[in-house]
Each structure stands twice: as C-alpha cells, then as structure tokens.
Write a protein that binds this ligand. Structure first.
Ligand code: ZN
Ligand code: ZN
Length: 228
C-alpha cells in the first residue's frame, strides 16, 4: 500500500484534497443526499468530479454491486499515492484511523473492528491491450501531465463526444496513468485497445449487449448514464 507521498505528487495531493472538500459540499447528483469524503473520492476516481454521487447512486450508475464497486475502487485507491492521501484524509476527517475500514463503506464492521485493514480485492482482469498505439484512431487528445481525477474526468467527457465504437488516442504523461486508465476503462466498460505509455488507445463502448460489452462480469446491459 502506498502510504508515502512522493514529493512530486505533493501539488497533486493538495489539489485533490481541495477538490474533495468542494465535492463534499455538493449533494449526490443522483438522489440529493449529502456525500462523505470517501464517496467524493470514489466519484473523483471514476471521472465524476463534476457530478459526485453517493455510494449507492455511483454503483447504480455503473451497474455494479455496491460491495464490488467499493472493493474494486479501494484496490485502485490503495495503489495510488494521491488517491490514498485522499482516502486517509476522509478517514481522519470522519473520525477513523488513517487505514481503517470506515463505517460509511463497511457498515457491518463493528466499531472495535474499525482498525481492520480493508481486503484488497483482485480487480477483474482485462483483455491484454496490444502495444500498437500507432494504429488508426478517430480522435486524439494530448492530456499532458494531467492526473489524479482530472485525467479521467476529461477523458469521460471527450469519449462522450465520440460515437460508440470510435477510438480516442490519449497521450498522458502522468505516471499514474498506467494504473488509472486501464482501471477506469475496465470499470466503465470502455475498451483499452492499446497502451504504450504515454500513449493509450481507448475505444468508446458500443451499446451494451452487442459485440463489445464490458469484460467485467458485473456490468449489466443497461444504458449507463455516467459513461454515456
Ligand atoms: Zn445518491
Ligand atoms: Zn465516508
């Protein structure tokens, strides 16, 4: 688990915490409930900094089981120092130990278990993308060194402007992109066709139920407002 903040990530972390605090002031874009810092972080990781959702609404929007979404997102958060800093902040802000399973997401754990480490679930494996990032694409986007939530937010919006099945070529120099982009694609049902950092070819998902449904067994063939 990445608990140390790389000095070069410090600016990212400062921005991330600022974003989380702003997001937490908003209400869930789905049901209007107040959201906690963990829910803000989960929304940010999914590229929904602009429309944060509570845990339930985020799960519904992505057609995931709540616990599965939580475990998958936590597995990603724990590997990324900037996200993990956000997690620790939310824990402390809500009165939990830095590394605890907070009650807001693990309501079944009794209080005396709250220092228990969350179990890192293994994220469902994607098809291995090729390295041929020079192949044909429909649009290109140079994301520069954008990272920590902003990259996936812009990516989500840019993919929405494409027709399903079209391919976006992304250039993203942030080292975290190597983790973030495959994980985001896997969880949203978009296909990472090729990756050779800093280049990534991402195919916008076709209508669910056709030839290119998400490989994740938990995705349902619903229209997903978050990613369409
Ligand atoms: Zn909600
Ligand atoms: Zn919380």
């Amino acid at each position: 688990m990445n608990k140390e903040i790389d000095p070069q990530d410090e600016i990212d972390v400062t921005n991330l915490l600022l974003n989380l605090k702003i997001m937490r002031e908003n209400h869930c874009a789905g049901c209007g409930a107040t959201i906690c810092g963990h829910e803000a972080l989960m929304s940010l990781v999914m590229g929904s900094k602009d429309t944060p959702r509570c845990w339930q609404c985020l799960s519904t929007a992505l057609a995931y089981d709540r616990e599965v979404l939580r475990d998958h997102l936590f597995a990603l958060i724990a590997r990324r120092s900037c996200y993990y800093a956000g997690w620790s902040w939310a824990n402390q802000d809500e009165g939990f130990e830095k590394d605890a399973c907070p009650n807001c997401l693990w309501p079944t754990l009794s209080t005396h278990d709250s220092s228990k480490q969350p179990i890192l679930s293994s994220v469902v494996q994607d098809r291995t993308p090729t390295h041929d990032t020079d192949s044909k694409c429909d649009a290109e986007w140079d994301a520069g060194d954008m990272g920590c939530g902003d990259l996936v937010l812009d990516l989500r919006i840019r993919l929405q402007s494409l027709v399903p099945g079209q391919i976006l070529k992304v250039l993203a120099t942030d080292p975290g992109a190597k983790e973030d982009l495959p994980a985001w694609c896997r969880m949203t049902g978009n296909t990472l066709v090729a990756s050779h950092h800093p280049a990534y070819l991402i195919k916008r998902k076709t209508i669910p139920g056709t030839d290119d449904v998400n490989i994740c067994e938990h995705m349902k063939s619903n229209e997903i407002s978050l990613t369409n």
